[in-house]
Write a protein that binds this ligand. Structure first.
Ligand code: TEU
Ligand code: CA
Length: 558
């Protein structure tokens, strides 16, 4: 299980209100105790932070607000000592507008070779209109116009994300060679893997033809077919090149791509044997809380990955998505894109939490790897009422204030205490995003004492997941169940049952219940999941599995 650390919001060690490497180092034992195998850390490079660090000014250093290279080295060493592997975030599609490559390209002027690293083009309509109809993931055109030294408007440059994030042209040999060196820089320092940001953006159809986007179209890449700026075949040349580099290193160095593409078959292409090891499964994240949809996604995922032999991944939340406690508490439980779900309506958080707990047991029982986003283990909801003047995500401005963006899932974690900053930073310091005043009951301090807390559930589930051999290797087999129930076996000894319907159901399998996501008074209530093992429970039943008989080792449904 890989734990996503959104560094700015994890823990602050120096009292500036921004999470940092020191804060993470201090909390590594917490992550080990949670049962994490590896950490993925969001970008920590020097950055003007126009997009939370996904706008990189220097790929081979650490931003002073996060620490130093020496801190990074210490983190890698300490994580390894605790048996935790470390995956860093590589942002190859675009740099910061302040990267020396881009400032040099701007200064060199139209036609200069410095501009070949990026996409500079003349505008249409005598220069006044963007070169084509491509759109930005944060809203609006994907092109911005630059001005010359005299202030006169000149060429346009491409940015799939914010204007502060100009796209690199990966057909350029210099770009390719420089990133080879960047990969080696970090692999040499001992990182165990790289998460490849926005991988489908890394190739464009030559000639940059129009995509045919309708006016006002959103960046809905899951529905695009033959799009000239997303999921273009040449992306895979880059991935193969990197895989070859990773394979030169000792130990297991892994790559995981972030690729929001059109369905499992397209996704499976990112994990062919000579490409990446794994890729995030956004179809699972986007699925509604609905047995039929989830079952379809699970089957389609496993079917598409089988021929390429890559393990599946399962993910419910990330720093880009509405937290799933909130999502599952809404009338429409499917995920929207990057905070473009402002009209989604209010959420019943008690319902959302019940479903989120059930979803955790479902997710952790599926074959393959799971990703957990920080705070998910605390059952944190999306913070939907951040004051407008606190919002920092470029989506907010780029959408003309139509979408609040992703800040609501990035609020700093509550560790301890009764009021903000809840141990995230020094007492009296304002975290970079304000925390809700009513999170005292959600802190790590409170939850680790409560056997019924979300944190205790995650610890128990992760502990069991390690100890139950069936959850490591055995394939998934669906069991006969009511349509609104998901029931599957892993091998002969383990079953997961989740009731997504509105009525209680009898547990459709015999065996001993080793963990449930909520109270199970003789049956499986709505929005509840259970893990059942054949025969005796394993000797090392997780500590943290609470005493109430109906929740553990009781036999459900007779
Ligand atoms: O996200 C970008 C990305 O590829 C997807 O999130 C996709 O654009 C979206 O779901 C629409 O289909 C990554 C980072 O995770 C995000 O935080 C950054 O803002 C972005 O890249 C730019 O680097
Ligand atoms: Ca700090």
């Amino acid at each position: 299980m890989v734990y996503e650390v959104y560094l700015r919001s994890f823990a602050d060690s120096n009292g500036d209100g921004i999470g940092d490497i020191g804060g993470l180092r201090a909390r590594l034992p917490y992550l080990r105790d949670l049962g994490v195998d590896a950490l993925w850390i969001t970008p920590w490079y020097p950055s003007p932070m126009a997009d939370g660090g996904y706008d990189v000014r220097d790929y081979c250093d650490i931003d002073p607000c996060f620490g130093t290279l020496a801190d990074a080295d210490a983190l890698i060493a300490e994580a390894h000592e605790l048996g935790l592997r470390l995956i860093i975030d590589l942002v190859p599609n675009h740099t910061s507008e302040q990267h020396p490559w881009f400032t040099a390209a701007l200064a060199a002027g139209p036609g200069a070779p410095e501009r070949d690293r990026y996409f500079f083009r003349d505008g249409r309509a005598g220069g006044a209109e963007p070169p084509n109809d491509w759109i930005s993931a944060f809203g609006g055109s994907a092109w911005s116009r630059c001005s010359g030294p005299d202030g006169e408007p000149e060429q346009w440059y491409l940015h799939t994300f914010a204007p502060q994030q100009p796209d690199l042209d990966w057909a350029d040999p210099g770009v390719q060679a420089d990133f080879d060196a960047i990969l080696r820089f970090w692999l040499d320092r001992g990182v165990d893997g790289l998460r490849v940001d926005a991988a489908p953006a890394m190739a464009k159809t030559p000639g940059l033809p129009d995509a045919g986007h309708a006016p006002g179209a959103l960046f809905e890449s899951t529905s695009w077919v033959d799009n000239p700026h997303w999921d273009v075949e040449a992306v895979h040349d880059v991935l193969r090149r990197w895989r070859a580099i990773g394979d030169e290193y000792d130990g297991e160095r892994i790559f995981v791509t972030e690729a929001v593409v059109n369905g499992p078959e397209r996704l499976s292409r990112y994990v062919r044997p000579d490409e990446m090891h794994t890729t995030f499964n956004f179809d699972y994240l986007r699925s509604a809380w609905d047995a039929g949809s989830l079952r379809t996604v699970i089957d389609a995922t496993l079917t598409a990955l089988a021929p390429v032999g890559a393990p599946a991944t399962w993910v419910l939340s990330s720093h880009d998505e509405t937290r799933h406690v909130t999502r599952f508490g809404r009338a429409d439980t499917a995920a929207a894109t990057m905070g473009f779900d402002v009209a989604a309506g209010s959420a019943d958080l008690a319902l959302g939490l019940r479903r989120a707990r059930a979803a955790t047991l479902l997710t952790l029982a599926l074959p393959g790897g799971a990703y957990l986003y920080q705070g998910e283990e605390l059952g944190l909801p999306e913070v939907e009422d951040l004051p407008e003047d606190a919002l920092q995500d470029p989506t907010w401005e780029r959408s003309g204030h139509a979408a609040r963006g992703r800040d609501g899932c990035r609020v700093p974690l509550p560790w301890s205490g009764q009021k903000p900053p809840f141990g995230f930073t020094a007492e009296g310091v304002r975290p970079w995003l304000p925390q809700p005043g009513d999170w005292a009951g959600l802190t790590v301090e409170v939850q680790q004492r409560d056997p019924d807390s979300a944190l205790s559930l995650y610890r128990s589930a992760l502990r069991l997941r390690r100890s139950l051999a069936a959850l490591h290797e055995a394939p998934l087999t669906w069991l006969r169940s009511e349509p609104e129930v998901l029931a599957f076996a892993r091998g002969r000894s383990f079953t997961c049952v989740a009731n997504l319907g509105a009525r209680p159901v009898a547990l459709p399998v015999a065996g001993r219940v080793v963990l449930t996501s909520g109270p199970c008074p003789g049956h499986l209530p709505p929005d509840t999941a259970a893990w059942v093992v054949a025969g005796d429970p394993p000797d090392d039943l997780p500590h943290g599995v609470p005493a109430p008989v109906q929740r553990t080792a009781g036999s459900l449904g007779g």
